[in-house]
Design a binder for this molecule. Structure first.
Ligand SMILES: Cc1cc2nc3c(=O)[nH]c(=O)nc-3n(C[C@H](O)[C@H](O)[C@H](O)COP(=O)(O)OP(=O)(O)OC[C@H]3O[C@@H](n4cnc5c(N)ncnc54)[C@H](O)[C@@H]3O)c2cc1C
Length: 411
């Protein structure tokens, strides 16, 4: 809200007047309008006081600062996002007399989109008369696909070289970021967009229903820390924004209304997935529903053809590059540095310091039960699972700067 200091109390800004006379006006709209007004957009000057001083009236938000320091680091993890410039592959195919369904290549969005692509893969399977399916892969994509098949009456066996916690999915941040590192805009086609749209909608709904203490899925406030307000990018009619309808509106916190050193903090609730809790529960549910897990590596499609199940679903992520020769698959190496958890910190931040020239990605922090997660790297075509010290230093030092500058001081 805006206070117009030095003006008679009967004089209000235009935003305040509208709010006062329209009790049905949404608080979010009002907050956004008034915060914009605080920085000089749309404030009506009081005629008796043409140059009112403006200060924020919403009480400053208090957030416990993250204790960011090198001596609180407990681990650094690396994962390779399975990216394709043309986006994920979701289609039926043939493998001898078997039905083969491909469901892989989810880039930086495989925790977000998996329930949706899993359901759509299961729909291809239901066109077959058999109700016995083999799912290859035990990450987020394989496990959710297996559950979607079980929900439709299939007897499912998962075959995988590795199971949680030794899969890429465990190395994920993992926010609800269905568009992240997923597709190159110029390569989007209407057909792919339609698949994406449906998968994202299904997943968004499913993850909302899993929120609660049990599954490691919850909502938390995300603060984007910025110096300038920019209108959201709606995309073009041919290529609409991939996030349309998939995010809660932002509340603009202006100067004095938030504890960060940037001018604005754009707050919006976002779904958080805690990979260790989530994947363990998916494994448990899969087994409770009668599913079997077999540890096995496949070198060629011909080996898959020897399986007893008439339906095979390929959820091998980056593994599909060698197994099926998909040369479009490329790793986007990501690493997370984790500090000891803080029970008083339960929020997520994006940015907060000027971007470092040449940095692979902007920085972000997410509070989880298993630690304070610091991320912000995406290195295309890098296959090593060794941490990159330069990137680690950038991400950690940047976060130390963000949280040392927070009002309220370091906790
Ligand atoms: C740092 C980082 C941050 C991320 N942040 C997010 C985020 O915020 N939100 C989000 O949605 N996503 C995020 N991601 C991306 C997400 O983690 C991936 O998209 C997702 O894990 C892919 O899941 P998957 O099941 O396809 O692959 P995996 O988890 O890698 O599972 C693949 C499975 O296939 C098996 N397999 C492969 N080849 C073979 C073979 N030949 N034979 C037998 N088994 C095989 C593997 O053993 C494994 O079980 C992030 C990733 C990283 C690294």
């Amino acid at each position: 809200m805006i206070a117009v200091l030095g003006a008679p109390c009967s004089v209000r800004s235009r935003a305040e007047s509208r709010a006062a006379y329209n009790p049905r006006m949404k608080r979010r709209t009002f907050l956004t309008t008034s915060s914009m007004a605080a920085v000089g957009f749309g404030v009506s000057a009081c005629s008796s006081n043409p140059k009112p001083a403006l200060v924020a009236r919403r009480p400053p938000l208090y957030l416990a600062p993250v204790k960011a320091s090198w001596d609180r680091i407990i681990r650094t993890t690396v994962g390779l996002r399975p990216h394709r410039d043309a986006g994920f592959v979701l289609k039926p195919d043939k493998l001898g007399d078997k039905l083969l369904v491909h469901n892989y290549g989810h880039g930086g969005a495989g925790m977000s989109l998996a329930w949706g692509t899993g359901l759509m893969a299961a729909e291809f399977a239901t066109e077959h008369q058999s109700r016995q399916a083999a799912v290859i892969g035990c990450g987020s994509v394989g496990l959710t696909c297996a559950r979607q098949l079980q929900r439709r009456g299939f007897e499912v066996t998962i075959y995988a070289l590795a199971v949680p916690p030794n899969v890429t999915s465990n190395m994920s941040l993992a926010g609800f970021t269905p568009e992240s590192g997923l597709v190159v805009a110029e390569q989007r086609t209407p057909q792919w967009d339609a698949q994406y749209r449906r998968a994202a909608d299904i997943s968004y709904r499913q993850l909302q229903l899993l929120a609660g203490p049990h599954f490691g899925v919850s909502w938390l406030d995300n603060y984007s820390l910025v110096e300038e307000l920019r209108p959201p990018n709606p995309g073009t009619p041919e290529r609409p924004s991939l996030m349309a309808g998939l995010a809660v509106g932002q509340d603009v916190l202006g100067p004095g209304e938030h504890p960060f050193a940037t001018k604005y903090a754009l707050r919006s609730p976002q779904i958080r997935i805690e990979p260790s809790i989530y994947l363990e529960n998916l494994v448990r549910d899969f087994q409770l529903w009668g599913g079997r897990i077999v540890i096995r590596k496949f070198e060629t499609p011909r080996e898959l053809a020897t399986l007893r199940e008439p339906i095979v679903i390929n959820c091998t992520g980056l593994g599909a590059k060698d197994l099926f020769g998909d040369q479009e698959l490329v790793p986007l190496k990501g690493q997370l540095t984790v500090m000891a958890p803080q029970s008083d910190v339960n929020y997520h931040t994006n940015g907060g310091v000027p971007p470092v020239p040449g940095a692979s990605l902007g920085i972000h922090m997410m509070a989880r039960n298993d630690g304070i997660i610091l991320g912000g790297t995406s290195q295309r075509g890098v296959w090593t699972l060794e941490p990159d010290e330069v990137e680690r230093k950038r991400v950690v030092d940047s976060h130390i700067a963000v949280f040392a500058a927070m009002k309220g001081g370091r906790a």
